[in-house]
Design a protein around this ligand. Structure first.
Ligand code: OOG
Ligand code: MG
Length: 258
């Protein structure tokens, strides 16, 4: 595979780190990295996954809640790409050795039923959604201690590592004030509300459509959009059993092998 430009070399390095489950250094510590450049690196890094046969299946939003922004020390909404290999079947147990220092967070997932054209108004974007589901996102920064600048984490595909979807259900009348619980080994680890996600997860969906549209990758029929963590993320250690319960939406769970 060609690795001619610094951008391509960085994409290859981040892809390798994710593939091997090994940390790599923050690119911003080596050379200035703009957020725009970081998205170009993200695209190239994910293209390597697609070259290996993975499919693009959606996008994830990041830092859409204040809890997450505060936890990670950043203050701007970002997005990343989801591929088929990241989907973990509901209730499955993941193998800890595929990850570096995984964390898990409760999210709301949207199912896109029809292609969304660039510049579509919010009503059109919302009407393209055919179902919603409770979800868990597994994040695994490829940087030591989850320390990064905004550009670093964008280049690292917004720490995307895996996602679990509960059962899809019809879109409820409103999504803005549903209680969210995150349990680890049957004990409450985090509690919050969907209002934490930009005040209403629908805003995150609209932002996803706008940001990806502007980037030339408009949302497609069949894709999933993860709206962003509703609470802070918690460590996902060996042997852990994690479940989120979202009011009116149901639950999603995942385990980790010992
Ligand atoms: C970046 C990913 C943020 C969210 O839901 O806010 C994210 C990170 O926290 O490492 O997925
Ligand atoms: Mg997330």
């Amino acid at each position: 595979m060609s690795e001619r430009t610094p951008r391509e070399r960085l994409a290859a390095r981040l892809d390798e780190a994710a593939r091997r489950g090994e940390v790599t250094s923050q690119p911003s510590q080596e050379a200035p990295l703009s957020v725009a450049e970081a998205y170009a690196v993200q695209e190239l890094a994910v293209a390597r996954r697609l070259d290996r046969g993975e499919r693009l299946v959606g996008v994830k939003m990041g830092f859409t809640s204040r809890q997450k922004m505060a936890q990670m020390g950043v203050d701007e909404v970002i997005w990343g790409r989801l591929t088929s290999a990241m989907l973990v079947p509901e209730g499955d147990r993941i193998a800890p050795d595929h990850y570096i220092h995984p964390r898990v967070e409760p999210e709301v997932a949207f199912l896109i039923g029809q292609d969304i054209s660039v510049g579509a108004p919010p009503e059109t974007i919302a009407s393209a959604v055919t179902a919603v589901a409770p979800a868990l996102e597994i994040i695994d920064s490829r940087y030591a201690d989850f320390r990064f600048t905004l550009a670093d984490v964008v280049a690292d595909n917004a720490s995307a590592a895996g996602f679990v979807l509960g059962a899809w259900r019809p879109v409820p009348p409103s999504l803005d004030c549903l209680g969210v619980l995150l349990e680890v080994d049957g004990r409450l680890a985090e509690a919050g509300a969907t209002a934490a996600i930009l005040g209403d997860p629908w805003r995150s969906l609209v932002a996803a459509a706008q940001l990806t549209g502007r980037a030339g990758m408009p949302l497609r029929a069949g894709w999933v959009v993860l709206a962003g963590g509703a609470t802070a993320a918690v460590p996902l250690g060996p042997g852990a059993q994690v479940r989120t319960v979202i009011e009116s939406l149901g639950s999603a769970s995942v385990g980790v092998a010992p």
